[in-house]
Design a protein around this ligand. Structure first.
Ligand code: SF4
Ligand code: ZN
Ligand code: ZN
Length: 321
């Protein structure tokens, strides 16, 4: 059995790109030092508030545990947000896992139940709009996360994307020449006062495998099954598999891509459009209406951004009380 390159104890993981193996204690130290590096780059400090969006899966469990440990050392605060998407058994189990995780870590949790908030689940919104379910789901999640982060006055909304995910998004953006999206794929993005809160990707330099092993050695509760709507034919799903195979033959290629890319983000084109406030809900929009208000107007007959914002305010006041 491989031994830890730092202390000689039995190793739980081998980092091939660094030609070393780590025991559980040193893996934990390694993951948290990488997360801390992102937080320092993003100028997270004492008094900052991070809203961590958790799905109930392994990556968000790892992200929340690392943030929660670093928060006591660095003096910032963390609140978790889980969105119940209404996708049958998957959503039920993900919600349970999020509750267990936040209880174990003693982190306050805000649950936004879509059916309760706007009267429709993700599958119902997708059917009503005749759009692909993942496109609708992504739009709704972005809206809810931003609305909750604005409401809390958070410095950042943290997402559990790991290095494999981000490398796949970057390659997809290059293949489709959506270069504006690459400009947003750094470890963090800036906020727009009152309209949008910056995104933070604490697992920017953590691979999927490292994230999984961290969650297992820390005995974090998480739901193992993927959403039933994951389509193996999707471009980013296939790219993730290709990158993972490439990493086997060329260890370090994935992290090398992300590190080089994050140094050159300003060289990619960025969207120049003026930031506007949606006329219905007041949050960030590229036109008169934000995409969430447009979607709900089309499917449910009314723009429901404001209704959802009020529901979020109510849920947040319950955890503050
Ligand atoms: Fe949403 Fe699609 Fe992800 Fe399922 S696979 S959680 S529907 S984005
Ligand atoms: Zn060790
Ligand atoms: Zn709106």
């Amino acid at each position: 059995m491989a031994k830890c390159s730092v202390c000689g104890a039995p190793a739980v993981i081998t980092l091939r790109s660094q030609r070393r193996s780590l025991c559980s204690e040193h893996l934990i130290e390694y993951v948290e030092s990488r997360v801390e590096k992102v937080l320092r780059k993003a100028r997270v400090r004492g008094g900052s508030l991070i809203l961590a969006a958790i799905s109930g899966g392994k990556d968000s469990a790892t992200m929340l545990a690392a943030l929660s440990r670093l928060s006591s050392r660095m003096g910032f605060r963390v609140i978790a947000l889980h969105i119940d998407l209404g996708i049958g058994e998957y959503s039920r189990r993900s919600r349970e896992a999020s509750l267990s995780l936040t209880k174990m870590l003693d982190v306050p949790l805000v649950i936004i139940d879509l059916k309760e908030a706007i009267g429709a689940t993700i599958p119902e919104l997708a059917r009503g709009s005749r759009r692909p379910v993942c496109g609708v789901c992504g739009l709704v999640k972005r809206y809810v996360i931003n609305a909750a982060a604005v409401e809390l006055g958070a410095s950042y909304a943290a997402l559990g994307h790991n290095a494999d995910d981000i490398a796949a998004y970057a390659l997809k953006s290059f293949l489709t020449q959506d270069l504006e999206y690459i400009a947003k794929l750094g470890p963090y993005t800036e906020s727009i006062e009152g309209l949008a809160v910056g995104r933070l990707r604490p697992l920017y330099e953590i691979s999927e495998k490292e994230s999984f092993v961290y969650a297992v050695v820390n005995k974090l509760p998480f739901y193992h099954e993927e959403c039933p709507n994951v389509d193996p034919e999707q471009l980013e799903v296939q790219l993730k598999e290709h990158i993972s195979r490439l990493e086997q033959s060329k260890p370090g290629i994935r992290l090398g891509l992300l590190k080089r890319m994050s140094k050159r983000l300003s060289e990619y084109p960025s969207v120049e459009a003026e930031a506007k406030a949606c006329r219905h809900c007041g949050l960030l929009a590229s036109a008169e209406e934000c995409s969430f208000c447009r979607l709900t107007q089309r499917v449910l007959g009314k723009p429901l951004g404001l209704k959802l914002r009020n529901y979020i305010r109510f849920r947040i006041s319950a955890i503050k009380a």
